[in-house]
Design a protein around this ligand. Structure first.
Ligand code: HEM
Length: 242
């Protein structure tokens, strides 16, 4: 404790003398310099059980280098960069050029495949032929179709769900008896014909056959499952082996 006070006292004396010398030299320089000295190492406390022993160099109070010695910020300062062996930071122009565009993409070969997140071709391809806008008869709006489905009327035309083979499907190809298969499900399209926004004629193109492909290439965003749930006849199965 005594040595601690002695240390501070000696520091005070040193500061005062420095101040005094600064005042003397005041005529030469307007800025006085103040010297502060750390207290001398504590001899009395040597071997104290309460304090951790430290090496003399641990007493260094000088702040750490900032930015750190190998920092990129230092490299940017020309004079430092020239004198120090620090790694050089490359400019944008010196960096590697971007990779070349794959030739397939330029040729339009990388078309979206199944399972791709790309926009379906139905929305990217322009229709080849100009098509007349279909005018639905009064009482045949999408809302009317929703009401008809909810009415509970039989729209299937079959007493129970069936297994339908392609040859069975083929027989249902007339306006009054029009079936189609979409994604493995067979629907009776007859009640829907007058409600189809694309017209009866277009719908009849898939009567008596699997319409999955044409349906998807026309309007992949339409949910046939939801539109025709009340018209479900059964499921498409392969022909029995004879
Ligand atoms: C068999 C089940 C089908 C159902 C449930 C169905 C349903 C629909 C629905 C809901 C729309 C309106 C879509 C919208 O406004 O975004 C529509 C439009 C259309 N559908 Fe179908 N469709 C079916 C089959 C077909 C088929 C096989 C074709 C033949 C190529 C076709 C051709 C069209 C066309 C051209 C339109 C556009 C009508 C317009 O915007 O003027 N549809 N269909």
């Amino acid at each position: 404790m005594t040595s601690y006070l002695r240390g501070w006292l000696s520091m005070g004396i040193s500061s005062t003398s420095s101040l005094a010398s600064a005042t003397e030299e005041g005529s030469k320089s307007d800025v006085p310099t103040v010297t502060r000295e750390s207290p001398p190492p504590d001899e009395d406390d040597e071997g104290s059980a309460t304090e951790t022993e430290r090496e003399p160099e641990d007493d260094d109070d000088s702040p750490p280098a900032f930015p750190s010695l190998n920092s990129a910020q230092r490299v940017q300062q020309g004079s430092v960069a020239a004198s120090s062996p620090l790694p050089k930071v490359l400019t944008d122009a010196q960096l590697m050029p971007p990779p070349a565009i794959p030739s397939g993409r330029l040729l339009g070969l990388n078309r979206p495949g199944p399972g791709s997140l790309a926009v379906p071709p139905t929305t990217t391809k322009r229709p080849s032929k100009k098509r007349e806008k279909v005018v639905l008869a009064p009482g045949h709006s999408p809302m009317d179709w929703a009401n008809l489905k909810a009415s509970g009327r039989d729209l299937r035309g079959v007493p129970t769900l069936m297994r339908v083979t392609p040859s069975m499907l083929k027989q249902h190809n007339t306006r009054d008896n029009a079936w189609t298969a979409l994604n493995g499900k067979v629907y009776n399209m007859t009640p829907y014909l007058e409600y189809h926004p694309g017209g009866e004629k277009e719908l009849m193109r898939v009567a008596g056959r699997d319409g999955t492909k044409l349906f998807a290439s026309t309007h992949a965003w339409v949910s046939a499952d939801m539109m025709l749930d009340a018209c479900l006849v059964g499921f498409l199965v392969s022909e029995p082996i004879s």
